[in-house]
Design a protein around this ligand. Structure first.
Ligand SMILES: NC(=O)c1ccc[n+]([C@@H]2O[C@H](COP(=O)([O-])OP(=O)(O)OC[C@H]3O[C@@H](n4cnc5c(N)ncnc54)[C@H](O)[C@@H]3O)[C@@H](O)[C@H]2O)c1
Ligand SMILES: [Zn+2]
Length: 384
């Protein structure tokens, strides 16, 4: 496998058999390489549906649909309004009805073009439409490039919680064109940085150190660094997903920061971005690991320092009770008790008798959340 992203074209990465087999291609300008794109699409289906949100559709979707049509591919562009609140069963149903009206059948392929909301929702649609269609993901946000597009997880939210209804459905191709990030707003780039930090924390001290050294350049879109970080992160996530075969439950590692992060998103009705909520989750779950005597305080301090600029821009307005209730619904919860992924050092997660998550005393969780609120308030004073 070619490892250098600057010279690396269409590198292949095998995904685990449990979620099928996906190939990742990363190249600046990839979306304009129609010879390559049509050559990989043609064998997949007779017709293609590009699914995108309205923002990404106007930036890239309409042009892509026109280019594919000009290459004689049968293609439709379907859109839904932008935002996490649209990641619902209702949106999925509307899109399915449109496809049915267009007469799309099992000879079709879904192309998800957008951020994590689009890849999750269109991926779930592909998993169930005609009992499963081939799926191609073209992630356009940093979050989707480094995380959401990798691993085959698809889902929609319900009023009861994040990602509560979904399926594992591996895309055939994940086409990453980092040049698309040029139009991504800063708030969204910051959200993607948070998942990069998470990958560093659970699996790569080197990635974490790169983020400490070069975080600002990465955020500003320095091309070589950005391509390298996206590539490393997608390989890390692929490896963790693949490891599930050997060590069941190891996929839970990817949920570090998310027991609290998802609960915070849900309890604030998605007023915060996924990245902001997860930054808070990573902060507090690192605190919990430190308080439990697992994570050395010096490493915890480095983590707090790196995360501070990514915390929610205002102290979240939800009650502690609402947060605890949402946590009890987390998919890792057992017997109504939330379980947490904990780290024992930067780049290394704890195993609890072969499991990668553990329940904690509610008093400790409450203490951690109160401490997290306080850190948020201080960071907001510092960075406002
Ligand atoms: N399936 C997984 O394994 C997984 C992993 C991580 C996150 N996720 C999910 O991903 C979602 C968050 O993803 P996200 O942060 O990408 O949110 P998003 O899809 O809402 O995108 C964020 C915003 O950026 C805009 N955008 C996207 N690409 C753009 C571009 N190139 N230029 C300009 N604007 C652009 C979108 O229109 C949107 O307004 C959450 O629902 C989360 O649960 C899933
Ligand atoms: Zn996430």
């Amino acid at each position: 496998m070619q490892q250098d992203p600057s010279s690396m074209l269409r590198s292949l990465c095998s995904m685990p058999p449990t979620v099928g087999s996906s190939q990742i291609a990363l190249q600046r300008g990839l979306l304009g390489d129609l010879v390559f794109i049509t050559s990989l699409l043609r064998p997949l289906a007779q017709r293609f549906a590009i699914i995108s949100d309205t923002c990404v559709a106007s930036l890239y979707g309409e042009a892509l649909a026109a280019s594919l049509a000009a290459e004689s591919l049968a293609v439709a562009l379907l859109t839904f309004p932008t935002g996490e609140r649209q990641k619902t069963r209702a949106t999925k149903e509307r899109l399915e009805d449109q496809l049915l009206d267009l007469g799309y059948g099992s000879d079709s392929c879904i192309i998800a073009l957008g951020g994590g909301v689009v890849t999750d929702l269109a991926g779930f649609l592909a998993a169930t439409y005609c009992r499963g269609l081939p799926l191609v993901l073209i992630p356009t946000s940093l979050m989707a490039m480094v995380d959401a597009s990798i691993g085959g997880k698809t889902a929609v939210n319900t009023p009861h919680g994040k990602n509560m209804v979904g399926a594992l459905h591996a895309p055939r191709w994940i086409l990453i064109d980092p040049a698309l990030l040029a139009t991504l707003p800063l708030r969204e780039r910051r959200a993607g940085m948070v998942e990069l930090i998470k990958h560093g924390l659970i699996a790569s001290a080197d990635l974490f150190a790169l983020l400490e050294r070069e975080g600002e350049s990465l955020l500003m879109g320095q091309p070589q660094l950005l391509d390298q970080a996206i590539w490393e992160s997608s390989l890390l996530k692929s490896a963790i997903v693949a490891g599930e075969e050997l060590r069941p439950g190891s996929r839970h590692l990817l949920n570090f920061g998310h027991t609290i992060g998802h609960a915070l998103e849900c309890a604030t009705h998605y007023a915060l971005s996924h990245g902001e909520a997860v930054a808070f989750g990573l902060l507090v779950e690192s605190y919990l690991a430190c308080a439990a005597g697992l994570l050395p305080p010096a490493e915890a301090t480095r983590i707090y320092r790196l995360l501070s600029p990514y915390l929610p821009p205002h102290t979240p307005t939800c009650s502690l009770a609402a947060l605890l209730e949402a946590m009890a619904l987390d998919k890792k919860a057992a017997g109504g008790r939330p379980r947490f992924v904990l780290i024992e050092g930067i780049g290394s997660a704890c195993s609890f008798d072969g499991r990668y998550c553990t329940p904690l005393d509610e008093a400790l969780i409450r203490d951690g959340l109160a401490w997290g609120w306080e850190q948020c308030a201080q960071a907001n004073k510092q960075f406002s």
